[in-house]
Design a binder for this molecule. Structure first.
Ligand SMILES: Cc1cc2nc3c(=O)[nH]c(=O)nc-3n(C[C@H](O)[C@H](O)[C@H](O)COP(=O)(O)OP(=O)(O)OC[C@H]3O[C@@H](n4cnc5c(N)ncnc54)[C@H](O)[C@@H]3O)c2cc1C
Ligand SMILES: NC(=O)c1ccc[n+]([C@@H]2O[C@H](COP(=O)([O-])OP(=O)(O)OC[C@H]3O[C@@H](n4cnc5c(N)ncnc54)[C@H](OP(=O)(O)O)[C@@H]3O)[C@@H](O)[C@H]2O)c1
Length: 407
């Protein structure tokens, strides 16, 4: 249950006591933990900067996007697709257009204090500044919260349109244009494919190396195969098997300018978070020359780009498929549970729980299956404490409320 403390309206920022966990983010991770909390009968509030659930999927992805992983690896616990799970009380809900600016643990009261500002139509309206106070904080803002925009020399003088992949919808807008796609991850590869399908002329920047794996081997998902093999074999051996299979299915990719990293694809994902590309057709377009592979960028000039090997290309547009990053360090204060890159310091499978009622859901670098695993564990743990703390004999809730009334 949430008590909206309207009596605090006369302060510039209103306060709300959250009787249960405060979940930041209503993407799949936030929703999965909410749905699991519901199973445990725990009320909660979700704070979301956007105006909808799963905003990454609804607003920041391109039209043709399909999951690269089979659906059994993308299922969320207790989650009903198409909407929020059914919440236990009318007042437990998602608060949209609430961007969390800061969250910190107050040692004196033993409570989390989470400050938000209104976004969208509510932006700039001080009456939409809020402070949410509660016993538990669940960080579910995702590994891809902010776009990465690298500093590229001369880009300001380029003159053509420059778009990040998160704002790219379809190749329709690029028909007949020469497009430089910066980055060769899953986004870069798929956007190049989409540009080809819309009669544009993509050149894809590969500044270093990249692992490309077939999405399927003999009709079976490569991801599923890797997961199965990892139950029996060490990671380095699974990596070797994947590379042999990739070679058998795709052949050598180095002759197309795609050098493989010396570290195997799964080890690279685990150690550096670099995701291998699961090919859904871009490689064929590279082979046919429809997608041109080019080296790193030296500098831009009006209508042109100069590349690391001295080549100069005339281009109309630039699409930055340069990835995403976590934003946790920007708002979670005085907390050494997360490292500077915004991921928990403790690796999977133990990175879901911090101290003082702090939880992290969806930072496993294992996509939706990792988020599910975190969500189930976090909700179970909170549920256990919730039951203990709400036993009739104890008085911690009353104690907290007394503390809030002093703010
Ligand atoms: C193009 C693309 C394709 C992908 N495809 C797959 C795939 O096929 N399979 C897979 O498993 N994974 C895929 N992923 C990874 C994907 O990010 C996750 O699977 C999934 O979206 C993670 O869910 P999440 O809830 O952790 O994060 P998100 O979906 O990013 O949700 C986080 C939410 O937190 C909100 N938020 C962030 N900061 C704040 C703040 N300060 N205050 C309030 N709210 C905030 C955001 O608005 C967002 O709604 C893909 C990612 C991208 C970018
Ligand atoms: N259909 C799907 O399931 C699907 C589709 C798209 C994305 N995704 C997922 O979404 C996540 C993000 O993928 P992503 O492709 O957007 O990002 P990404 O995997 O982080 O790839 C970013 C790319 O940008 C390159 N890059 C960054 N800065 C650069 C610079 N200054 N110059 C040249 N290249 C630069 C990187 O090169 P370096 O490697 O050299 O740094 C890398 O190739 C991943 O988990 C991915 O699997 C899934």
């Amino acid at each position: 249950m949430v008590f909206m403390a309207d009596q605090f309206d006369f302060f510039s920022r209103r306060c709300a006591w959250v009787n249960g966990p405060i979940i930041v983010g209503s993407g799949p991770s936030g929703l999965a933990v909410a749905a699991s909390l519901k199973e445990h009968g725990v009320p909660f509030v979700i704070l979301e900067r956007s105006d909808c659930i799963a905003s990454l999927w609804q607003k920041r992805t391109y039209d043709r996007l399909k999951l690269h992983l089979p659906k059994q690896f993308c299922q969320l616990p207790n989650f009903l697709p198409g909407g929020l799970p059914e919440y236990p009380t009318r007042s437990s809900s998602a608060r949209f257009n609430q961007s969390v600016q800061s969250a910190r643990y107050d040692e004196t009261s033993g409570l989390w204090r989470v400050r938000t500002v209104g976004t969208g139509a509510e932006a700039g309206n001080r009456s939409h500044e809020m402070e949410y106070i509660g016993r538990w904080l669940v960080v579910a803002t995702g590994e891809n919260a902010e776009k990465v925009v690298p500093e590229l020399e001369g880009l300001g003088e380029f003159g053509g349109d420059v778009t990040h992949a998160c704002d790219y919808k379809s190749g329709e807008a690029y028909r007949g244009k020469r497009v430089l796609v910066v980055g060769c991850g899953n986004s870069g590869m798929e956007l190049c494919l989409d540009l080809c399908d819309h009669d544009a002329f993509p050149a894809m920047v590969v500044r270093e190396s990249v692992h490309v794996l077939p999405r399927e081997v003999l009709g079976k998902s490569t991801f599923e195969l890797a997961v199965t093999l990892m139950k029996w074999l060490p990671l380095w051996l699974v990596d070797k098997i994947l590379l042999v299979l990739a070679w058998l299915v795709l052949g050598s990719i180095s002759k197309y300018g795609l050098r493989r990293p010396s570290t195997g694809p799964l080890e690279l994902k685990n150690t550096q978070g670099r995701t291998p590309v699961l090919d859904i057709g871009a490689l064929g377009k590279i082979r046919s020359g429809d997608i041109k592979v080019v080296p790193g960028i030296k500098r831009f000039s009006p209508g042109r780009v100069e590349l690391a090997d001295g080549q100069v290309l005339d281009i109309d547009s630039v699409v930055l498929a340069t990835g995403y990053r976590s934003n946790v360090p920007q708002w979670l204060q005085r907390c050494d549970f997360f490292s500077k890159d915004g991921f928990p310091k403790t690796p999977f499978p133990n990175g879901w729980k911090g101290q003082s009622g702090l939880y992290a859901v969806g930072f496993t670098r294992r996509g939706l299956s990792g988020a599910s695993s975190d969500a189930v564990k976090a909700a179970k743990d909170i549920g256990r404490m919730w039951r203990e703390e709400t036993k009739p004999a104890k008085r911690p809730v009353a104690c907290h409320r007394r503390c809030i009334s002093q703010i």
